[in-house]
Design a protein around this ligand. Structure first.
Ligand SMILES: [Zn+2]
Length: 320
């Protein structure tokens, strides 16, 4: 093939010669951290932005002692560290639908240390401040999801947002009589819920499952992990996305063993039944899913075959 004349210099030997003729660049110090962790996707007319809150290391014991050898085997198979703590990702999702900005979960705020609580910084990187959020919508009240609602003094960090809490979830955590029903490590959640209730008094809306919370955002019961754990179906025309909260904490392990819970499950049996039901629905309906604990940006599909469930992460798309 004869190259047009203007491209004559772009042959491989010419490029190589040009590259090797360049002087060495001045050494730059390594940056040591990621750029702002934001990723947008389109669901019909709705724009959804995955916003990372960071990552935290959990002891492998969260799956129960009996499961350790099998957990290590699967981690090795997936090229994940088999010794020491297991990294747990955390995402929130900003939904721009019907002229409203809704933030599904806030991230952990100051509750879980410096490797978490990054959602506000990442939101700010795209010019979104807390005052611009019309509605904070919770999947559940655990601190990693709701910890960003209040500062250390218990003041609301979203000065004007409505706060949407699943009805059953609010009834549970706003009543301290339930304190003995949760694992020891989660009991601080009741004092925090009291703080949230006071800070957002007058702007809390409790919603049942199966309700269109905002145009295009519908709540669905997914009880078990917590008593009122709720997932959200984002729909615009035929396009759908299922924001599925804590259906999965460690995708590599829990797609293989959907019967493996996590130490923070309030009702472990119900959590397993819900995971199977939601996985089956996502697989059958070929739904794009968004997981709070799936590796950033947390988007993918659940496939079901004879061997079980598999998570297929969605490819990065540079254009919407
Ligand atoms: Zn969680």
């Amino acid at each position: 093939m004869k190259l047009p004349r203007r491209n004559a210099l772009l042959t491989a030997p010419a490029l190589l010669a040009a590259a090797t003729a360049q002087p060495a660049l001045a050494a730059q110090p390594p940056v040591g951290r990621q750029v702002a962790s934001l990723y947008r996707t389109k669901v019909g007319e709705i724009e959804v932005t995955a916003v990372s809150d960071g990552s935290i290391a959990l002891p492998p014991a969260v799956f129960g002692e009996a499961n350790q050898p099998e957990a290590r085997r699967i981690l090795a198979e997936n090229f994940l560290p088999t010794e020491g703590p297991v990294p747990l990702a955390l995402n929130t999702f900003l939904v721009n639908a019907g002229g409203k900005l809704s933030l599904i979960d806030t991230g952990s705020g100051h509750a879980l240390g410096p490797t978490m609580g990054q959602a506000p910084v990442n939101l700010a990187a795209q010019g979104v401040t807390p005052a611009m959020i019309d509605s904070v919508v919770l999947t559940h009240m655990h601190r990693d999801h709701a910890g960003g609602l209040c500062d250390r003094e218990g003041r609301a960090l979203y000065p004007t947002s409505e706060l949407v809490i699943p009805e059953v979830e609010a009834a549970f955590w706003f009543d301290e009589a339930n304190i003995n029903r949760v694992p020891q490590g989660s009991r601080g959640g009741f004092a925090y819920a009291k703080q949230v209730e006071a800070a957002y008094r007058g702007r809390i809306r409790r919603v049942p499952g199966g309700r269109e919370v905002h145009p295009g955002i519908t709540s669905m019961d997914a009880f078990g992990h917590t008593p009122g754990h709720t997932i959200y179906r984002i729909a615009s025309g035929p396009a759908q996305l299922l924001i599925f909260g804590d259906m999965v904490h460690f995708p590599a392990l829990q797609t293989r063993h959907p019967d493996w819970g996590i130490a923070f499950d309030v009702d472990a049996q119900a959590a397993v039944a819900t995971r199977r039901r939601v996985f089956d629905m996502a697989a059958a309906d070929r739904l794009l899913v968004a997981g709070m604990h799936m590796d950033f940006p947390g988007l993918g599909h659940i496939r079901r075959d004879a061997a079980g469930y598999h998570l297929i992460q969605a490819p990065w798309r540079p254009f919407l």
